[in-house]
Design a protein around this ligand. Sequence first.
Ligand code: HPA
Length: 277
Amino acid sequence: MSAKLRDRGDADRDVERAAKLLERRGAGRPSLAVVLGSGLSSFGEDLEDAVVVPYADVPGMPAPAVSGHAGSVVAGRLGGRQALVFSGRVHHYENRMPAEVTFAVRLVARLGVPVLVVTNAAGGLDPGFEVGDLMLIRDQISMISGPRRLTAALAGGTFRMGEAYSERLQALARVAAAERGIRLREGVYLGSLGPTYETPAEIGLARTVGASAVGMSTVPEVQMATARGLEVLGISLITNVPLPGRFHETTHKEVLAAGREGGRRLLSLVSGVAEKL
Ligand code: HPA
Protein backbone atom coordinates (compact mmCIF):
# COMPACT_ATOMS: atom_id res chain seq x y z
CA MET A 1 0.00 0.00 0.00
CA SER A 2 1.41 3.38 -0.95
CA ALA A 3 2.58 5.68 1.81
CA LYS A 4 1.21 8.56 -0.27
CA LEU A 5 -2.38 7.54 0.31
CA ARG A 6 -4.22 10.53 1.60
CA ASP A 7 -7.90 10.04 1.22
CA ARG A 8 -10.67 7.54 1.48
CA GLY A 9 -11.11 6.96 -2.24
CA ASP A 10 -7.56 5.70 -2.79
CA ALA A 11 -7.42 3.66 0.37
CA ASP A 12 -10.84 2.07 -0.03
CA ARG A 13 -10.03 0.68 -3.47
CA ASP A 14 -7.96 -2.01 -1.75
CA VAL A 15 -10.74 -2.56 0.78
CA GLU A 16 -13.17 -3.20 -2.07
CA ARG A 17 -10.92 -5.88 -3.56
CA ALA A 18 -10.35 -7.45 -0.14
CA ALA A 19 -14.10 -7.57 0.52
CA LYS A 20 -14.76 -9.29 -2.80
CA LEU A 21 -12.11 -11.90 -2.02
CA LEU A 22 -13.60 -12.66 1.40
CA GLU A 23 -17.08 -12.89 -0.08
CA ARG A 24 -15.82 -15.36 -2.70
CA ARG A 25 -14.12 -17.45 0.01
CA GLY A 26 -17.39 -17.77 1.90
CA ALA A 27 -17.07 -15.25 4.72
CA GLY A 28 -20.87 -15.10 4.68
CA ARG A 29 -22.74 -12.22 6.26
CA PRO A 30 -21.13 -11.88 9.69
CA SER A 31 -23.05 -10.48 12.67
CA LEU A 32 -19.83 -9.46 14.34
CA ALA A 33 -16.13 -8.99 13.65
CA VAL A 34 -13.37 -9.43 16.22
CA VAL A 35 -9.86 -7.95 16.06
CA LEU A 36 -7.43 -9.90 18.23
CA GLY A 37 -4.61 -8.38 20.26
CA SER A 38 -1.11 -9.66 21.04
CA GLY A 39 -0.96 -13.31 22.04
CA LEU A 40 -4.68 -13.87 21.50
CA SER A 41 -4.44 -15.46 18.08
CA SER A 42 -5.45 -18.99 19.21
CA PHE A 43 -8.97 -17.59 19.61
CA GLY A 44 -9.69 -17.99 15.88
CA GLU A 45 -9.04 -21.74 16.10
CA ASP A 46 -12.14 -22.23 18.23
CA LEU A 47 -14.68 -21.03 15.71
CA GLU A 48 -17.08 -23.66 14.33
CA ASP A 49 -17.09 -24.38 10.59
CA ALA A 50 -14.04 -22.16 10.28
CA VAL A 51 -12.71 -20.92 6.96
CA VAL A 52 -9.18 -19.55 7.30
CA VAL A 53 -7.88 -16.97 4.85
CA PRO A 54 -4.22 -15.93 5.29
CA TYR A 55 -3.72 -12.15 5.23
CA ALA A 56 -1.28 -12.73 2.35
CA ASP A 57 -4.25 -13.80 0.19
CA VAL A 58 -6.28 -10.66 0.98
CA PRO A 59 -5.47 -7.74 -1.36
CA GLY A 60 -4.11 -4.75 0.56
CA MET A 61 -4.23 -6.46 3.96
CA PRO A 62 -1.09 -5.42 5.87
CA ALA A 63 0.77 -8.41 7.34
CA PRO A 64 1.65 -8.29 11.04
CA ALA A 65 5.37 -8.49 11.74
CA VAL A 66 5.21 -8.72 15.54
CA SER A 67 5.28 -12.20 17.10
CA GLY A 68 1.98 -13.18 18.70
CA HIS A 69 -0.02 -11.91 15.73
CA ALA A 70 -0.96 -14.80 13.43
CA GLY A 71 -1.97 -13.00 10.25
CA SER A 72 -5.17 -14.65 9.13
CA VAL A 73 -8.87 -13.92 8.83
CA VAL A 74 -11.09 -16.65 10.22
CA ALA A 75 -14.77 -16.82 9.29
CA GLY A 76 -16.95 -19.13 11.36
CA ARG A 77 -19.63 -19.50 14.02
CA LEU A 78 -19.17 -18.00 17.46
CA GLY A 79 -21.94 -18.07 20.07
CA GLY A 80 -24.35 -19.17 17.33
CA ARG A 81 -23.54 -16.14 15.13
CA GLN A 82 -21.48 -15.84 12.00
CA ALA A 83 -18.25 -14.07 12.96
CA LEU A 84 -15.17 -12.75 11.20
CA VAL A 85 -12.03 -12.85 13.33
CA PHE A 86 -8.90 -10.89 12.42
CA SER A 87 -6.08 -12.77 14.02
CA GLY A 88 -3.30 -10.22 14.09
CA ARG A 89 -3.09 -6.45 13.61
CA VAL A 90 -0.50 -3.90 12.63
CA HIS A 91 0.53 -0.95 14.79
CA HIS A 92 1.84 2.57 14.37
CA TYR A 93 5.03 1.53 16.20
CA GLU A 94 5.81 -0.75 13.26
CA ASN A 95 5.89 2.44 11.21
CA ARG A 96 2.50 1.65 9.69
CA MET A 97 0.32 4.42 8.35
CA PRO A 98 -3.30 5.13 9.36
CA ALA A 99 -4.62 3.52 6.15
CA GLU A 100 -2.90 0.28 7.15
CA VAL A 101 -3.72 0.38 10.86
CA THR A 102 -7.41 0.88 10.02
CA PHE A 103 -7.58 -1.52 7.07
CA ALA A 104 -9.44 -4.31 8.89
CA VAL A 105 -11.97 -1.87 10.34
CA ARG A 106 -12.72 -0.39 6.93
CA LEU A 107 -13.08 -3.90 5.53
CA VAL A 108 -15.51 -4.82 8.31
CA ALA A 109 -17.61 -1.74 7.54
CA ARG A 110 -17.56 -2.49 3.80
CA LEU A 111 -18.79 -6.05 4.47
CA GLY A 112 -21.78 -4.63 6.32
CA VAL A 113 -20.84 -6.15 9.68
CA PRO A 114 -22.67 -4.11 12.34
CA VAL A 115 -20.62 -4.95 15.44
CA LEU A 116 -16.85 -4.66 15.94
CA VAL A 117 -15.16 -6.23 18.96
CA VAL A 118 -11.65 -4.87 19.52
CA THR A 119 -9.34 -6.68 21.90
CA ASN A 120 -5.84 -5.91 23.07
CA ALA A 121 -3.13 -6.71 25.57
CA ALA A 122 -2.68 -3.84 28.00
CA GLY A 123 -0.83 -2.79 31.10
CA GLY A 124 -3.16 -2.39 34.10
CA LEU A 125 -3.01 0.93 35.96
CA ASP A 126 -5.62 0.26 38.61
CA PRO A 127 -4.11 -1.13 41.84
CA GLY A 128 -7.02 -3.59 42.07
CA PHE A 129 -6.14 -5.21 38.74
CA GLU A 130 -4.29 -8.49 38.41
CA VAL A 131 -2.45 -10.07 35.51
CA GLY A 132 -4.97 -12.06 33.50
CA ASP A 133 -7.94 -9.81 34.26
CA LEU A 134 -10.27 -8.82 31.44
CA MET A 135 -11.22 -5.14 31.32
CA LEU A 136 -14.29 -3.81 29.61
CA ILE A 137 -13.24 -0.59 27.86
CA ARG A 138 -15.69 2.18 28.74
CA ASP A 139 -13.83 4.91 26.89
CA GLN A 140 -10.45 5.76 25.44
CA ILE A 141 -7.77 8.44 25.53
CA SER A 142 -5.61 9.00 22.47
CA MET A 143 -1.96 9.73 23.08
CA ILE A 144 -1.16 8.84 19.50
CA SER A 145 -0.14 12.07 17.85
CA GLY A 146 2.09 13.38 15.10
CA PRO A 147 2.08 12.60 11.38
CA ARG A 148 0.42 9.22 11.87
CA ARG A 149 -2.82 10.72 13.10
CA LEU A 150 -5.92 9.45 11.39
CA THR A 151 -7.45 12.09 9.14
CA ALA A 152 -11.09 12.87 8.55
CA ALA A 153 -10.42 12.48 4.80
CA LEU A 154 -9.34 8.88 5.25
CA ALA A 155 -12.15 8.19 7.72
CA GLY A 156 -14.59 9.48 5.11
CA GLY A 157 -16.99 10.80 7.70
CA THR A 158 -17.36 12.49 11.02
CA PHE A 159 -15.74 10.92 14.04
CA ARG A 160 -18.38 10.30 16.69
CA MET A 161 -16.44 9.95 19.89
CA GLY A 162 -19.31 10.74 22.30
CA GLU A 163 -20.10 7.04 22.68
CA ALA A 164 -17.11 5.42 21.01
CA TYR A 165 -17.75 2.22 22.96
CA SER A 166 -21.39 1.19 22.78
CA GLU A 167 -23.31 1.34 26.07
CA ARG A 168 -25.60 -1.39 24.76
CA LEU A 169 -22.71 -3.77 24.08
CA GLN A 170 -21.10 -2.95 27.42
CA ALA A 171 -24.33 -3.97 29.13
CA LEU A 172 -24.41 -7.25 27.18
CA ALA A 173 -20.78 -7.93 28.15
CA ARG A 174 -21.54 -7.39 31.85
CA VAL A 175 -24.41 -9.89 31.69
CA ALA A 176 -22.38 -12.43 29.67
CA ALA A 177 -19.46 -12.16 32.13
CA ALA A 178 -21.74 -12.68 35.14
CA GLU A 179 -23.42 -15.69 33.51
CA ARG A 180 -20.08 -17.31 32.73
CA GLY A 181 -18.41 -16.53 36.05
CA ILE A 182 -15.81 -14.26 34.44
CA ARG A 183 -14.50 -11.38 36.54
CA LEU A 184 -14.80 -8.31 34.37
CA ARG A 185 -12.97 -5.15 35.32
CA GLU A 186 -13.86 -1.83 33.71
CA GLY A 187 -12.06 1.33 32.79
CA VAL A 188 -10.56 3.77 30.33
CA TYR A 189 -7.93 2.61 27.82
CA LEU A 190 -5.10 4.95 26.94
CA GLY A 191 -3.50 4.34 23.56
CA SER A 192 0.14 5.35 23.31
CA LEU A 193 2.25 5.38 20.18
CA GLY A 194 4.87 2.96 21.53
CA PRO A 195 7.19 1.22 20.71
CA THR A 196 8.44 1.41 24.28
CA TYR A 197 6.55 0.30 27.31
CA GLU A 198 6.04 3.23 29.67
CA THR A 199 8.48 4.81 32.06
CA PRO A 200 7.29 5.14 35.66
CA ALA A 201 6.69 8.86 34.95
CA GLU A 202 4.50 8.01 31.97
CA ILE A 203 2.57 5.52 34.09
CA GLY A 204 2.01 8.32 36.60
CA LEU A 205 0.80 10.60 33.80
CA ALA A 206 -1.59 8.00 32.42
CA ARG A 207 -3.09 7.40 35.87
CA THR A 208 -3.45 11.13 36.49
CA VAL A 209 -5.47 11.61 33.32
CA GLY A 210 -7.83 8.81 34.33
CA ALA A 211 -6.59 5.76 32.43
CA SER A 212 -7.04 2.26 33.89
CA ALA A 213 -5.06 0.50 31.17
CA VAL A 214 -2.42 1.43 28.63
CA GLY A 215 -1.57 -0.17 25.31
CA MET A 216 -0.28 0.57 21.82
CA SER A 217 -3.25 -0.24 19.61
CA THR A 218 -7.05 0.03 19.36
CA VAL A 219 -7.46 3.82 19.53
CA PRO A 220 -7.16 4.56 15.76
CA GLU A 221 -9.27 1.49 14.93
CA VAL A 222 -12.06 2.72 17.17
CA GLN A 223 -11.81 6.25 15.78
CA MET A 224 -12.26 4.82 12.28
CA ALA A 225 -15.11 2.59 13.47
CA THR A 226 -17.03 5.62 14.75
CA ALA A 227 -16.71 7.34 11.38
CA ARG A 228 -17.94 4.23 9.56
CA GLY A 229 -20.92 3.72 11.86
CA LEU A 230 -19.83 0.50 13.58
CA GLU A 231 -21.03 -0.39 17.06
CA VAL A 232 -17.92 -1.12 19.14
CA LEU A 233 -17.16 -3.34 22.11
CA GLY A 234 -13.63 -3.22 23.54
CA ILE A 235 -11.96 -5.72 25.86
CA SER A 236 -8.42 -5.45 27.24
CA LEU A 237 -6.54 -8.40 28.63
CA ILE A 238 -4.33 -7.12 31.45
CA THR A 239 -0.94 -8.71 30.84
CA ASN A 240 1.13 -6.74 33.37
CA VAL A 241 0.53 -4.22 36.13
CA PRO A 242 3.33 -1.65 35.93
CA LEU A 243 2.51 0.25 39.12
CA PRO A 244 4.90 1.69 41.72
CA GLY A 245 6.01 -1.12 44.00
CA ARG A 246 4.93 -3.69 41.43
CA PHE A 247 6.95 -2.24 38.58
CA HIS A 248 9.39 -4.37 36.61
CA GLU A 249 10.50 -4.16 33.00
CA THR A 250 7.60 -5.40 30.91
CA THR A 251 8.64 -7.81 28.18
CA HIS A 252 6.83 -8.86 25.02
CA LYS A 253 7.31 -12.46 26.19
CA GLU A 254 5.27 -11.98 29.37
CA VAL A 255 2.58 -10.15 27.40
CA LEU A 256 2.29 -13.16 25.06
CA ALA A 257 2.22 -15.67 27.95
CA ALA A 258 -0.65 -13.82 29.65
CA GLY A 259 -2.43 -13.66 26.27
CA ARG A 260 -2.36 -17.42 25.84
CA GLU A 261 -3.82 -17.93 29.31
CA GLY A 262 -6.43 -15.18 29.11
CA GLY A 263 -7.50 -16.04 25.58
CA ARG A 264 -9.93 -18.74 26.67
CA ARG A 265 -11.84 -16.42 28.99
CA LEU A 266 -11.90 -13.77 26.32
CA LEU A 267 -13.32 -16.26 23.83
CA SER A 268 -15.97 -17.31 26.33
CA LEU A 269 -16.92 -13.69 27.03
CA VAL A 270 -17.15 -12.72 23.36
CA SER A 271 -19.21 -15.81 22.50
CA GLY A 272 -21.52 -14.89 25.39
CA VAL A 273 -21.97 -11.43 23.89
CA ALA A 274 -22.47 -12.89 20.38
CA GLU A 275 -25.32 -15.08 21.71
CA LYS A 276 -27.10 -11.97 22.93
CA LEU A 277 -26.77 -9.84 19.81
N1 HPA B 1 2.14 -0.71 28.04
C1 HPA B 1 1.84 -0.59 26.72
N2 HPA B 1 1.37 -1.60 26.00
C2 HPA B 1 1.19 -2.77 26.61
C3 HPA B 1 1.49 -2.98 27.95
C4 HPA B 1 2.00 -1.87 28.71
O1 HPA B 1 2.30 -1.97 29.92
N3 HPA B 1 1.19 -4.28 28.23
C5 HPA B 1 0.73 -4.83 27.09
N4 HPA B 1 0.73 -3.94 26.10
